[in-house]
Design a protein around this ligand. Sequence first.
Ligand SMILES: [Zn+2]
Length: 261
Amino acid sequence: MTSILQQLIELSHWLGAEGRELAILGEGNTSALAEDGKTFYVKASGTRLMDIDESGFVQVDLAKTLHALDHAEETDEATQRALQESRVDPAERKMPSVETFLHAYLLSLPGIRFVGHTHPVAVNALLCSKRAEELIAGRLFPDEIVVCGIAPLWVPYTDPGLPLARELRRRVEAYVQEYGVLPKVILMQNHGLIAPAETPQKVIAATAMYVKTAKILLGTMAAGGPNFLAPHHVERIYTRPDEAYRQQIIAQMQSAREQNS
Ligand SMILES: [Zn+2]
């Protein structure tokens, strides 16, 4: 079987490939929970997705990173120290991406093993526009719902690093309370997209389908604006989780948080 790190490298190449317009230069980052379940691989800062290899990732300790997410001060020094101390190998010289904290949080959620974060041109055309939040409120076509879920999670622009990871955590928790499932697509205002999933294939599917959604949404602006699906049509495509499942996800998230605080 292909190792987790090899799967992560392949996912990164797919997301960073030239021509897909998802990330250029050092944009975007990826991560995956390691086989041990206690550590994860995350892109080192200053590396590129398109041609990254094993040496472009840093293995970090999940519990230590989550502890910093709970307790570290939001200063550059405290952030750097937390990132340095999170590294599994004391001889490691590369620094994990400054977005390591949000990767740690997402990888601590039930069923999430891979995270892909990109800055797609089409999605950012939307996320950098004045009406972004209003325009993502409705669903446009059936496959958007099947692949990207009942709604994307919206995160207002926040400073990268700890502040963004904390704001994202608050918003994921509120999303789970509202919908009873984890978001499949997270949209960060004036920044980019995150797809957390169980497999690399699902990260790719959610990313690609949301890029398509964004292109269609922008296309509708040339023809009078989006015609959102009626709620009863959305309901027919989307199977809402039952209350027991909702409570189970909430309980799992709470216990994961208590273990790490
Ligand atoms: Zn980014």
